[in-house]
Design a protein around this ligand. Sequence first.
Ligand code: ZN
Length: 591
Amino acid sequence: MAHSPKPAPRPHKRDRTTQIALCAAIFAAALAVTALALHARAPHDSQPTADLIITDAKIWTVAPTLPTAQAVAVLGERIVAVGSASEVAAWRGAQTHVIDAGGKLLLPGFNDAHVHFVSGGTQLDAVQLTDATSASELSRRIGERAKSTPKGEWILGGDWDDTKWTPIALPTKEMIDPVTGDTPVFVQRYDGHMGLANSAALRAAGISAQTPDPPGGLIVRDAHGEPTGALKDAAMDAVFKVIPDMPHDQRVRAVKRALAHAAAVGVTSAQDMTPEFADVSVYGELLEKGELTTRIYAAHVIEDVEDIAKIGVHHAFGGPWLRIGAVKAFADGSLGSRTAYFFDHYSDEPANRGLLSFGMHPISKMRDRMMLADANGIQICTHAIGDAGISTTLDIYSDVEKSHGAADRRWRIEHSQHVAAKDFDRYAVLGVIASVQPYHAIDDGRWAEARIGHDRATRTYAFRTFLNHGVHLAFGTDWDVAPLNPLLGIYAAVTRATLDGKNPGGWIPEQKLTVAEAVEAYTQGSAYAEFQEKEKGSITVGKLADFVLLSDDIFSIAPDKIRDVSVTATWTGGRQTWNAAHPTPGEPNPR
Ligand SMILES: [Zn+2]
Protein backbone atom coordinates (compact mmCIF):
# COMPACT_ATOMS: atom_id res chain seq x y z
CA MET A 1 0.00 0.00 0.00
CA ALA A 2 0.97 2.70 1.06
CA HIS A 3 1.71 5.66 0.70
CA SER A 4 2.31 8.14 -1.09
CA PRO A 5 1.99 10.93 -2.61
CA LYS A 6 -1.09 11.93 -3.85
CA PRO A 7 0.48 13.16 -6.84
CA ALA A 8 -1.60 16.17 -6.25
CA PRO A 9 -2.50 17.77 -9.51
CA ARG A 10 0.56 19.88 -10.24
CA PRO A 11 0.24 23.56 -10.80
CA HIS A 12 0.29 24.27 -14.51
CA LYS A 13 1.83 27.66 -14.22
CA ARG A 14 4.14 29.38 -11.83
CA ASP A 15 2.58 32.25 -10.00
CA ARG A 16 5.23 34.69 -9.03
CA THR A 17 2.81 37.03 -7.29
CA THR A 18 1.91 34.18 -4.97
CA GLN A 19 5.54 33.56 -4.11
CA ILE A 20 6.25 37.19 -3.35
CA ALA A 21 3.11 37.45 -1.25
CA LEU A 22 4.20 34.35 0.64
CA CYS A 23 7.61 35.79 1.46
CA ALA A 24 6.05 39.05 2.56
CA ALA A 25 3.62 37.15 4.77
CA ILE A 26 6.38 35.14 6.39
CA PHE A 27 8.44 38.24 7.13
CA ALA A 28 5.42 40.09 8.50
CA ALA A 29 4.60 37.16 10.74
CA ALA A 30 8.16 36.90 11.98
CA LEU A 31 8.14 40.61 12.89
CA ALA A 32 4.79 40.26 14.65
CA VAL A 33 6.04 37.32 16.68
CA THR A 34 9.19 39.20 17.68
CA ALA A 35 7.16 42.23 18.73
CA LEU A 36 4.85 40.05 20.81
CA ALA A 37 7.75 38.33 22.51
CA LEU A 38 9.41 41.65 23.42
CA HIS A 39 6.12 42.96 24.78
CA ALA A 40 5.53 39.83 26.84
CA ARG A 41 8.99 39.94 28.32
CA ALA A 42 8.80 43.58 29.36
CA PRO A 43 7.97 43.15 33.04
CA HIS A 44 5.28 45.51 34.32
CA ASP A 45 6.05 44.20 37.78
CA SER A 46 9.32 42.97 39.12
CA GLN A 47 8.30 39.36 38.32
CA PRO A 48 6.53 38.49 35.06
CA THR A 49 3.67 36.04 35.45
CA ALA A 50 2.50 33.28 33.17
CA ASP A 51 -0.45 33.54 30.79
CA LEU A 52 -1.21 29.85 31.23
CA ILE A 53 -0.34 27.18 33.78
CA ILE A 54 -1.31 23.55 33.28
CA THR A 55 -0.92 21.81 36.62
CA ASP A 56 -1.64 18.44 38.24
CA ALA A 57 -0.68 16.79 34.96
CA LYS A 58 1.38 13.71 34.35
CA ILE A 59 3.88 15.28 31.95
CA TRP A 60 6.12 13.21 29.72
CA THR A 61 8.48 15.89 28.43
CA VAL A 62 10.54 13.90 25.86
CA ALA A 63 13.56 15.80 27.28
CA PRO A 64 16.16 13.40 28.71
CA THR A 65 17.31 15.92 31.34
CA LEU A 66 13.85 16.10 32.95
CA PRO A 67 11.68 13.27 31.60
CA THR A 68 8.66 13.81 33.85
CA ALA A 69 7.00 16.80 35.52
CA GLN A 70 3.69 17.89 37.05
CA ALA A 71 3.19 21.37 35.71
CA VAL A 72 4.14 23.75 32.93
CA ALA A 73 3.90 27.55 32.66
CA VAL A 74 3.51 29.51 29.41
CA LEU A 75 4.20 33.17 28.66
CA GLY A 76 3.16 34.33 25.20
CA GLU A 77 3.86 31.46 22.83
CA ARG A 78 6.61 29.83 24.84
CA ILE A 79 7.26 27.63 27.84
CA VAL A 80 8.80 29.51 30.79
CA ALA A 81 8.75 26.83 33.50
CA VAL A 82 8.47 23.05 33.78
CA GLY A 83 8.63 21.15 37.05
CA SER A 84 6.68 20.28 40.18
CA ALA A 85 3.34 21.97 40.84
CA SER A 86 4.88 24.13 43.55
CA GLU A 87 7.85 25.22 41.44
CA VAL A 88 5.62 26.24 38.56
CA ALA A 89 3.09 27.94 40.88
CA ALA A 90 5.67 30.71 41.38
CA TRP A 91 4.70 31.91 37.89
CA ARG A 92 1.04 32.32 38.83
CA GLY A 93 -0.41 35.84 38.79
CA ALA A 94 -3.84 37.42 38.91
CA GLN A 95 -4.27 37.09 35.13
CA THR A 96 -2.88 33.57 34.79
CA HIS A 97 -5.29 31.02 33.33
CA VAL A 98 -4.79 27.87 35.42
CA ILE A 99 -5.91 24.48 34.14
CA ASP A 100 -6.05 21.49 36.46
CA ALA A 101 -5.30 18.48 34.26
CA GLY A 102 -6.68 16.03 36.80
CA GLY A 103 -3.60 13.80 36.63
CA LYS A 104 -3.96 13.17 32.88
CA LEU A 105 -1.02 12.64 30.55
CA LEU A 106 0.39 15.76 28.87
CA LEU A 107 2.76 15.32 25.90
CA PRO A 108 4.43 17.69 23.47
CA GLY A 109 2.13 18.37 20.50
CA PHE A 110 2.43 15.75 17.77
CA ASN A 111 4.40 16.68 14.66
CA ASP A 112 3.29 14.76 11.59
CA ALA A 113 6.34 14.62 9.34
CA HIS A 114 4.44 13.66 6.18
CA VAL A 115 0.97 14.86 5.30
CA HIS A 116 -0.97 16.01 2.27
CA PHE A 117 -2.82 18.71 4.12
CA VAL A 118 -5.11 20.12 1.45
CA SER A 119 -5.91 16.67 0.05
CA GLY A 120 -6.77 15.69 3.61
CA GLY A 121 -9.03 18.68 4.13
CA THR A 122 -10.65 18.17 0.75
CA GLN A 123 -11.14 14.49 1.40
CA LEU A 124 -12.98 15.19 4.67
CA ASP A 125 -15.76 16.66 2.52
CA ALA A 126 -15.40 14.42 -0.54
CA VAL A 127 -17.00 11.10 -1.46
CA GLN A 128 -15.72 8.44 0.96
CA LEU A 129 -14.83 5.09 -0.59
CA THR A 130 -12.22 3.75 1.84
CA ASP A 131 -14.68 1.52 3.67
CA ALA A 132 -16.67 0.48 0.60
CA THR A 133 -16.19 -3.28 0.43
CA SER A 134 -17.75 -4.11 -2.94
CA ALA A 135 -18.10 -2.82 -6.47
CA SER A 136 -21.80 -2.18 -5.94
CA GLU A 137 -21.13 -0.07 -2.86
CA LEU A 138 -18.50 1.96 -4.76
CA SER A 139 -21.00 2.48 -7.56
CA ARG A 140 -23.80 3.45 -5.15
CA ARG A 141 -21.72 6.06 -3.32
CA ILE A 142 -20.38 7.64 -6.51
CA GLY A 143 -23.85 7.68 -8.01
CA GLU A 144 -25.20 9.46 -4.94
CA ARG A 145 -22.42 12.05 -5.14
CA ALA A 146 -23.08 12.58 -8.86
CA LYS A 147 -26.68 13.62 -8.07
CA SER A 148 -25.47 16.51 -5.91
CA THR A 149 -22.51 17.54 -8.09
CA PRO A 150 -23.07 20.73 -10.12
CA LYS A 151 -22.78 20.30 -13.91
CA GLY A 152 -19.18 20.60 -15.08
CA GLU A 153 -17.61 19.83 -11.69
CA TRP A 154 -15.50 16.72 -11.20
CA ILE A 155 -15.98 14.01 -8.59
CA LEU A 156 -12.56 13.51 -6.98
CA GLY A 157 -11.04 12.01 -3.85
CA GLY A 158 -12.44 8.63 -2.86
CA ASP A 159 -9.45 6.72 -1.47
CA TRP A 160 -10.86 3.33 -2.47
CA ASP A 161 -9.15 0.14 -1.34
CA ASP A 162 -9.69 -2.90 -3.58
CA THR A 163 -7.99 -5.18 -1.02
CA LYS A 164 -11.09 -4.80 1.16
CA TRP A 165 -13.38 -6.20 -1.55
CA THR A 166 -14.55 -9.76 -1.96
CA PRO A 167 -13.33 -10.91 -4.36
CA ILE A 168 -10.36 -8.54 -4.70
CA ALA A 169 -10.51 -6.91 -8.16
CA LEU A 170 -9.65 -3.55 -9.68
CA PRO A 171 -12.66 -1.33 -10.24
CA THR A 172 -13.63 -0.45 -13.82
CA LYS A 173 -15.35 2.44 -15.56
CA GLU A 174 -18.32 0.15 -16.30
CA MET A 175 -19.10 0.12 -12.57
CA ILE A 176 -19.63 3.89 -12.49
CA ASP A 177 -20.52 5.02 -16.02
CA PRO A 178 -24.24 4.21 -15.67
CA VAL A 179 -24.58 6.39 -12.55
CA THR A 180 -22.39 9.33 -13.59
CA GLY A 181 -23.13 10.11 -17.26
CA ASP A 182 -21.36 13.31 -18.33
CA THR A 183 -20.01 14.11 -14.85
CA PRO A 184 -16.27 13.39 -14.99
CA VAL A 185 -15.05 11.12 -12.20
CA PHE A 186 -11.48 10.47 -11.13
CA VAL A 187 -11.36 8.73 -7.76
CA GLN A 188 -8.02 7.59 -6.45
CA ARG A 189 -6.84 4.49 -4.72
CA TYR A 190 -6.04 5.34 -1.08
CA ASP A 191 -2.28 5.10 -1.74
CA GLY A 192 -2.49 7.73 -4.47
CA HIS A 193 -0.75 5.48 -6.99
CA MET A 194 -3.80 4.49 -8.98
CA GLY A 195 -7.01 6.19 -9.99
CA LEU A 196 -10.31 5.16 -11.56
CA ALA A 197 -11.65 7.36 -14.34
CA ASN A 198 -15.12 7.05 -15.84
CA SER A 199 -15.62 7.37 -19.59
CA ALA A 200 -16.26 11.12 -19.38
CA ALA A 201 -12.91 11.63 -17.62
CA LEU A 202 -11.05 9.37 -20.05
CA ARG A 203 -12.53 11.35 -22.96
CA ALA A 204 -11.52 14.65 -21.37
CA ALA A 205 -7.98 13.33 -20.87
CA GLY A 206 -7.80 11.94 -24.41
CA ILE A 207 -7.11 8.39 -23.24
CA SER A 208 -8.24 5.66 -25.64
CA ALA A 209 -7.25 2.17 -26.76
CA GLN A 210 -4.63 3.81 -29.00
CA THR A 211 -2.91 5.72 -26.15
CA PRO A 212 0.46 4.15 -25.29
CA ASP A 213 1.54 3.68 -21.66
CA PRO A 214 3.65 6.67 -20.59
CA PRO A 215 7.09 6.10 -18.98
CA GLY A 216 6.52 5.28 -15.30
CA GLY A 217 2.81 4.59 -15.81
CA LEU A 218 0.32 1.98 -16.90
CA ILE A 219 -3.10 2.21 -18.51
CA VAL A 220 -4.93 -0.92 -17.35
CA ARG A 221 -6.71 -2.54 -20.34
CA ASP A 222 -9.29 -5.26 -20.87
CA ALA A 223 -8.92 -8.30 -23.15
CA HIS A 224 -9.71 -6.10 -26.21
CA GLY A 225 -7.09 -3.49 -25.31
CA GLU A 226 -9.75 -1.00 -24.14
CA PRO A 227 -8.77 1.09 -21.10
CA THR A 228 -10.72 -0.18 -18.07
CA GLY A 229 -10.54 3.24 -16.40
CA ALA A 230 -7.83 2.21 -13.91
CA LEU A 231 -4.66 4.29 -14.37
CA LYS A 232 -1.40 3.64 -12.52
CA ASP A 233 1.18 6.25 -11.50
CA ALA A 234 2.32 8.44 -14.42
CA ALA A 235 -0.68 7.32 -16.48
CA MET A 236 -2.78 9.48 -14.13
CA ASP A 237 -1.01 12.67 -15.26
CA ALA A 238 -3.10 12.99 -18.42
CA VAL A 239 -6.18 13.23 -16.19
CA PHE A 240 -4.58 15.60 -13.65
CA LYS A 241 -3.80 17.97 -16.52
CA VAL A 242 -7.47 18.41 -17.40
CA ILE A 243 -8.90 18.68 -13.87
CA PRO A 244 -9.74 22.34 -13.34
CA ASP A 245 -7.84 24.23 -10.60
CA MET A 246 -9.55 24.31 -7.22
CA PRO A 247 -11.28 27.67 -6.68
CA HIS A 248 -9.67 29.80 -3.94
CA ASP A 249 -12.67 29.70 -1.62
CA GLN A 250 -12.80 25.94 -1.81
CA ARG A 251 -9.08 25.74 -1.01
CA VAL A 252 -9.52 27.99 2.03
CA ARG A 253 -12.39 25.78 3.20
CA ALA A 254 -10.25 22.65 2.76
CA VAL A 255 -7.38 24.13 4.77
CA LYS A 256 -9.70 25.26 7.58
CA ARG A 257 -11.27 21.81 7.68
CA ALA A 258 -7.80 20.24 7.87
CA LEU A 259 -6.70 22.65 10.64
CA ALA A 260 -9.76 21.82 12.74
CA HIS A 261 -9.17 18.10 12.31
CA ALA A 262 -5.45 18.40 13.10
CA ALA A 263 -6.24 20.23 16.35
CA ALA A 264 -8.79 17.57 17.30
CA VAL A 265 -6.24 14.77 16.96
CA GLY A 266 -3.40 16.68 18.64
CA VAL A 267 -1.30 17.47 15.57
CA THR A 268 0.30 20.86 16.28
CA SER A 269 2.86 20.70 13.45
CA ALA A 270 2.44 19.25 9.98
CA GLN A 271 5.02 18.80 7.26
CA ASP A 272 3.14 19.21 4.03
CA MET A 273 4.48 17.21 1.11
CA THR A 274 4.12 18.57 -2.44
CA PRO A 275 1.61 21.34 -1.75
CA GLU A 276 0.70 23.57 -4.66
CA PHE A 277 1.94 27.18 -4.48
CA ALA A 278 -1.71 28.18 -4.01
CA ASP A 279 -1.92 25.99 -0.88
CA VAL A 280 1.03 27.74 0.72
CA SER A 281 -0.49 31.05 -0.24
CA VAL A 282 -3.62 30.11 1.72
CA TYR A 283 -1.49 29.17 4.75
CA GLY A 284 0.10 32.64 4.55
CA GLU A 285 -3.30 34.28 4.26
CA LEU A 286 -4.64 32.45 7.33
CA LEU A 287 -1.41 33.19 9.25
CA GLU A 288 -1.91 36.92 8.67
CA LYS A 289 -5.44 36.63 10.07
CA GLY A 290 -4.25 34.65 13.10
CA GLU A 291 -6.22 31.63 11.91
CA LEU A 292 -3.36 29.22 11.22
CA THR A 293 -3.57 26.86 14.20
CA THR A 294 -1.18 24.13 13.01
CA ARG A 295 2.46 24.91 12.23
CA ILE A 296 3.32 24.06 8.62
CA TYR A 297 6.58 23.16 6.89
CA ALA A 298 6.00 22.90 3.15
CA ALA A 299 8.11 20.72 0.83
CA HIS A 300 7.42 21.67 -2.77
CA VAL A 301 7.73 19.12 -5.53
CA ILE A 302 11.34 18.91 -6.73
CA GLU A 303 10.34 19.78 -10.30
CA ASP A 304 9.90 23.31 -8.90
CA VAL A 305 13.41 23.44 -7.45
CA GLU A 306 14.56 26.18 -9.83
CA ASP A 307 11.80 28.48 -8.63
CA ILE A 308 12.51 27.80 -4.95
CA ALA A 309 16.22 28.36 -5.59
CA LYS A 310 15.49 31.69 -7.32
CA ILE A 311 13.62 33.00 -4.27
CA GLY A 312 16.87 32.44 -2.40
CA VAL A 313 15.42 30.68 0.65
CA HIS A 314 17.24 27.87 2.42
CA HIS A 315 15.87 24.94 4.41
CA ALA A 316 13.30 25.77 7.10
CA PHE A 317 13.01 29.41 6.05
CA GLY A 318 10.19 31.36 7.68
CA GLY A 319 8.70 31.71 11.15
CA PRO A 320 7.33 29.39 13.81
CA TRP A 321 4.00 28.99 11.98
CA LEU A 322 5.04 28.64 8.37
CA ARG A 323 8.29 27.53 6.80
CA ILE A 324 9.41 26.56 3.31
CA GLY A 325 12.75 25.50 1.83
CA ALA A 326 12.40 21.76 1.27
CA VAL A 327 11.67 19.82 -1.89
CA LYS A 328 10.09 16.42 -2.31
CA ALA A 329 11.24 13.97 -4.96
CA PHE A 330 9.83 10.60 -6.02
CA ALA A 331 12.11 7.62 -6.58
CA ASP A 332 9.50 4.91 -7.17
CA GLY A 333 5.85 3.93 -6.71
CA SER A 334 4.11 1.90 -4.01
CA LEU A 335 3.87 -1.71 -2.86
CA GLY A 336 0.07 -1.69 -3.14
CA SER A 337 0.23 -0.73 -6.81
CA ARG A 338 3.22 -3.08 -7.36
CA THR A 339 5.27 -0.13 -8.56
CA ALA A 340 7.70 0.05 -5.60
CA TYR A 341 11.12 -0.66 -7.16
CA PHE A 342 12.97 -3.77 -5.91
CA PHE A 343 16.29 -5.49 -6.61
CA ASP A 344 14.42 -8.77 -6.90
CA HIS A 345 11.03 -9.45 -8.48
CA TYR A 346 7.72 -9.47 -6.60
CA SER A 347 7.31 -12.88 -4.98
CA ASP A 348 3.90 -13.33 -6.58
CA GLU A 349 4.70 -11.67 -9.92
CA PRO A 350 8.00 -12.94 -11.35
CA ALA A 351 8.16 -10.54 -14.31
CA ASN A 352 7.78 -7.44 -12.16
CA ARG A 353 10.41 -5.55 -10.10
CA GLY A 354 8.40 -2.33 -9.94
CA LEU A 355 9.21 1.02 -11.53
CA LEU A 356 11.49 3.96 -10.98
CA SER A 357 9.40 7.11 -11.06
CA PHE A 358 9.10 9.36 -14.09
CA GLY A 359 11.49 11.88 -12.50
CA MET A 360 14.20 9.19 -12.37
CA HIS A 361 14.22 8.67 -16.14
CA PRO A 362 17.11 9.14 -16.56
CA ILE A 363 18.62 9.04 -13.07
CA SER A 364 21.01 11.84 -14.06
CA LYS A 365 18.03 14.20 -14.36
CA MET A 366 17.13 13.54 -10.72
CA ARG A 367 20.77 13.89 -9.68
CA ASP A 368 20.97 17.30 -11.40
CA ARG A 369 17.87 18.51 -9.57
CA MET A 370 19.19 17.30 -6.23
CA MET A 371 22.57 18.92 -6.90
CA LEU A 372 20.77 22.19 -7.61
CA ALA A 373 18.65 21.90 -4.47
CA ASP A 374 21.65 21.12 -2.32
CA ALA A 375 23.82 23.86 -3.82
CA ASN A 376 21.07 26.27 -2.72
CA GLY A 377 20.74 24.91 0.83
CA ILE A 378 17.33 23.38 0.15
CA GLN A 379 16.41 20.25 2.11
CA ILE A 380 15.62 17.13 0.07
CA CYS A 381 12.90 14.64 0.99
CA THR A 382 12.64 11.66 -1.35
CA HIS A 383 9.78 9.20 -1.56
CA ALA A 384 11.35 5.72 -1.83
CA ILE A 385 9.66 2.44 -0.93
CA GLY A 386 11.26 -0.58 -2.63
CA ASP A 387 14.79 -1.59 -1.60
CA ALA A 388 16.22 -0.63 -5.00
CA GLY A 389 14.34 2.68 -4.98
CA ILE A 390 15.85 3.44 -1.58
CA SER A 391 19.34 2.29 -2.62
CA THR A 392 19.26 4.42 -5.77
CA THR A 393 18.24 7.43 -3.67
CA LEU A 394 21.12 6.82 -1.24
CA ASP A 395 23.48 6.57 -4.25
CA ILE A 396 22.38 10.00 -5.47
CA TYR A 397 22.64 11.50 -1.96
CA SER A 398 26.13 10.05 -1.75
CA ASP A 399 27.07 11.60 -5.12
CA VAL A 400 25.82 14.99 -3.92
CA GLU A 401 27.83 14.76 -0.72
CA LYS A 402 30.97 13.78 -2.63
CA SER A 403 30.49 16.74 -4.91
CA HIS A 404 29.52 19.38 -2.31
CA GLY A 405 31.27 18.15 0.85
CA ALA A 406 29.94 17.37 4.31
CA ALA A 407 27.13 19.50 5.83
CA ASP A 408 24.15 19.26 8.17
CA ARG A 409 21.60 18.53 5.42
CA ARG A 410 19.02 16.28 7.09
CA TRP A 411 18.18 14.48 3.89
CA ARG A 412 15.13 12.34 4.28
CA ILE A 413 13.76 9.23 2.70
CA GLU A 414 10.00 9.33 2.94
CA HIS A 415 8.44 5.92 3.73
CA SER A 416 11.79 4.06 3.86
CA GLN A 417 9.68 0.96 3.67
CA HIS A 418 11.69 -2.02 2.40
CA VAL A 419 15.39 -1.59 3.12
CA ALA A 420 18.24 -3.75 1.80
CA ALA A 421 20.34 -5.11 4.68
CA LYS A 422 23.41 -3.25 3.42
CA ASP A 423 21.68 0.12 3.43
CA PHE A 424 20.83 0.73 7.11
CA ASP A 425 24.42 1.79 7.74
CA ARG A 426 24.36 4.09 4.73
CA TYR A 427 21.42 5.97 6.26
CA ALA A 428 23.51 6.49 9.38
CA VAL A 429 26.71 7.47 7.56
CA LEU A 430 24.93 9.99 5.30
CA GLY A 431 22.79 11.26 8.20
CA VAL A 432 19.62 10.38 6.29
CA ILE A 433 16.38 10.54 8.29
CA ALA A 434 13.89 7.68 7.94
CA SER A 435 10.57 9.52 7.67
CA VAL A 436 8.13 6.68 8.27
CA GLN A 437 4.40 6.10 8.77
CA PRO A 438 3.78 3.29 11.25
CA TYR A 439 0.09 2.96 10.43
CA HIS A 440 1.08 1.69 6.96
CA ALA A 441 2.84 -1.23 8.69
CA ILE A 442 -0.36 -2.58 10.24
CA ASP A 443 -2.30 -1.86 7.07
CA ASP A 444 0.16 -3.27 4.47
CA GLY A 445 1.14 -5.96 6.93
CA ARG A 446 -2.11 -7.74 6.02
CA TRP A 447 -0.74 -8.71 2.60
CA ALA A 448 2.84 -7.45 2.18
CA GLU A 449 4.51 -10.76 2.90
CA ALA A 450 2.66 -12.47 0.03
CA ARG A 451 4.11 -9.86 -2.31
CA ILE A 452 7.71 -9.73 -1.11
CA GLY A 453 8.28 -12.95 0.87
CA HIS A 454 9.44 -13.40 4.44
CA ASP A 455 13.08 -12.38 4.11
CA ARG A 456 12.34 -8.90 2.74
CA ALA A 457 9.45 -8.58 5.21
CA THR A 458 11.92 -8.73 8.12
CA ARG A 459 13.40 -5.44 6.87
CA THR A 460 10.01 -3.84 6.22
CA TYR A 461 8.97 -0.89 8.39
CA ALA A 462 12.13 -1.80 10.27
CA PHE A 463 11.88 0.87 12.96
CA ARG A 464 13.91 -1.08 15.54
CA THR A 465 16.70 -1.80 13.06
CA PHE A 466 16.86 1.89 12.14
CA LEU A 467 17.26 2.88 15.81
CA ASN A 468 19.86 0.15 16.35
CA HIS A 469 21.88 1.63 13.50
CA GLY A 470 21.67 5.14 14.98
CA VAL A 471 19.31 6.42 12.28
CA HIS A 472 16.98 9.34 13.09
CA LEU A 473 13.30 8.36 12.91
CA ALA A 474 10.51 10.82 12.17
CA PHE A 475 6.89 9.68 12.40
CA GLY A 476 3.95 10.75 10.30
CA THR A 477 0.89 9.36 8.57
CA ASP A 478 0.82 10.31 4.90
CA TRP A 479 -2.69 11.65 5.62
CA ASP A 480 -5.02 11.36 3.72
CA VAL A 481 -3.53 8.02 2.66
CA ALA A 482 -3.87 6.97 6.32
CA PRO A 483 -5.80 8.55 9.23
CA LEU A 484 -4.18 11.66 10.76
CA ASN A 485 -4.71 10.45 14.34
CA PRO A 486 -1.20 10.04 15.89
CA LEU A 487 -2.44 7.61 18.53
CA LEU A 488 -3.12 5.09 15.78
CA GLY A 489 0.49 5.51 14.66
CA ILE A 490 1.83 5.00 18.17
CA TYR A 491 -0.45 1.98 18.56
CA ALA A 492 0.90 0.61 15.26
CA ALA A 493 4.57 1.12 16.16
CA VAL A 494 4.14 -0.41 19.61
CA THR A 495 1.93 -3.41 18.72
CA ARG A 496 2.53 -4.02 14.99
CA ALA A 497 -0.86 -5.77 15.17
CA THR A 498 -2.20 -5.83 11.60
CA LEU A 499 -5.66 -4.39 10.95
CA ASP A 500 -7.05 -7.82 10.02
CA GLY A 501 -6.46 -9.08 13.57
CA LYS A 502 -4.26 -11.91 12.30
CA ASN A 503 -1.07 -10.85 14.10
CA PRO A 504 -2.14 -9.94 17.66
CA GLY A 505 1.41 -10.47 18.91
CA GLY A 506 2.76 -8.23 16.18
CA TRP A 507 3.82 -8.70 12.56
CA ILE A 508 7.64 -9.02 12.56
CA PRO A 509 7.45 -8.33 16.33
CA GLU A 510 11.20 -7.77 16.72
CA GLN A 511 10.67 -4.39 15.04
CA LYS A 512 8.27 -3.10 17.74
CA LEU A 513 9.11 0.15 19.54
CA THR A 514 8.38 1.16 23.12
CA VAL A 515 5.75 3.83 23.79
CA ALA A 516 8.51 6.29 24.76
CA GLU A 517 10.40 5.66 21.51
CA ALA A 518 7.22 6.07 19.45
CA VAL A 519 6.30 9.32 21.21
CA GLU A 520 9.83 10.65 20.70
CA ALA A 521 9.75 9.84 16.98
CA TYR A 522 6.40 11.66 16.72
CA THR A 523 7.64 14.80 18.50
CA GLN A 524 11.37 15.42 18.83
CA GLY A 525 12.19 13.12 15.89
CA SER A 526 9.84 14.94 13.52
CA ALA A 527 11.07 18.31 14.80
CA TYR A 528 14.64 17.25 13.97
CA ALA A 529 13.49 16.28 10.47
CA GLU A 530 12.47 19.92 9.88
CA PHE A 531 15.48 21.53 11.62
CA GLN A 532 13.26 22.62 14.53
CA GLU A 533 14.45 20.39 17.38
CA LYS A 534 15.55 23.43 19.40
CA GLU A 535 12.16 25.12 18.95
CA LYS A 536 9.74 22.28 19.60
CA GLY A 537 9.46 18.53 20.10
CA SER A 538 9.78 18.47 23.90
CA ILE A 539 8.27 20.26 26.89
CA THR A 540 11.32 22.33 27.73
CA VAL A 541 11.80 25.90 28.94
CA GLY A 542 12.21 28.23 25.96
CA LYS A 543 10.42 26.01 23.46
CA LEU A 544 7.08 26.70 21.80
CA ALA A 545 4.11 25.84 24.03
CA ASP A 546 2.59 23.03 21.95
CA PHE A 547 0.87 20.35 24.06
CA VAL A 548 -1.69 17.57 23.95
CA LEU A 549 -3.65 16.25 26.92
CA LEU A 550 -4.76 12.64 26.47
CA SER A 551 -7.81 10.81 27.79
CA ASP A 552 -5.63 7.94 29.11
CA ASP A 553 -2.04 7.26 30.07
CA ILE A 554 -0.59 5.44 27.07
CA PHE A 555 2.45 4.45 29.15
CA SER A 556 0.43 2.39 31.61
CA ILE A 557 -2.59 1.02 29.71
CA ALA A 558 -2.42 -2.21 27.70
CA PRO A 559 -0.80 -1.45 24.30
CA ASP A 560 -3.84 -2.69 22.37
CA LYS A 561 -5.95 0.00 24.09
CA ILE A 562 -3.78 2.87 22.77
CA ARG A 563 -5.88 3.06 19.59
CA ASP A 564 -8.95 3.98 21.69
CA VAL A 565 -7.24 6.89 23.43
CA SER A 566 -8.48 10.34 22.41
CA VAL A 567 -7.15 13.86 22.68
CA THR A 568 -8.84 15.81 25.47
CA ALA A 569 -7.23 19.16 24.67
CA THR A 570 -4.64 20.66 22.33
CA TRP A 571 -2.59 23.86 22.69
CA THR A 572 -0.45 25.38 19.97
CA GLY A 573 1.76 28.28 21.03
CA GLY A 574 -0.08 28.39 24.34
CA ARG A 575 -3.43 28.86 22.63
CA GLN A 576 -6.03 26.17 23.11
CA THR A 577 -7.09 24.89 19.69
CA TRP A 578 -9.12 21.86 20.76
CA ASN A 579 -11.26 21.05 23.76
CA ALA A 580 -13.11 17.74 23.62
CA ALA A 581 -15.68 19.09 26.07
CA HIS A 582 -16.65 21.76 23.52
CA PRO A 583 -15.82 20.26 20.12
CA THR A 584 -15.67 22.35 16.99
CA PRO A 585 -18.96 22.09 15.07
CA GLY A 586 -18.70 19.26 12.57
CA GLU A 587 -15.73 17.69 14.32
CA PRO A 588 -16.83 14.66 16.30
CA ASN A 589 -14.38 13.69 19.00
CA PRO A 590 -12.19 11.55 16.78
CA ARG A 591 -10.77 8.25 17.84
ZN1 ZN B 1 2.82 11.11 0.85
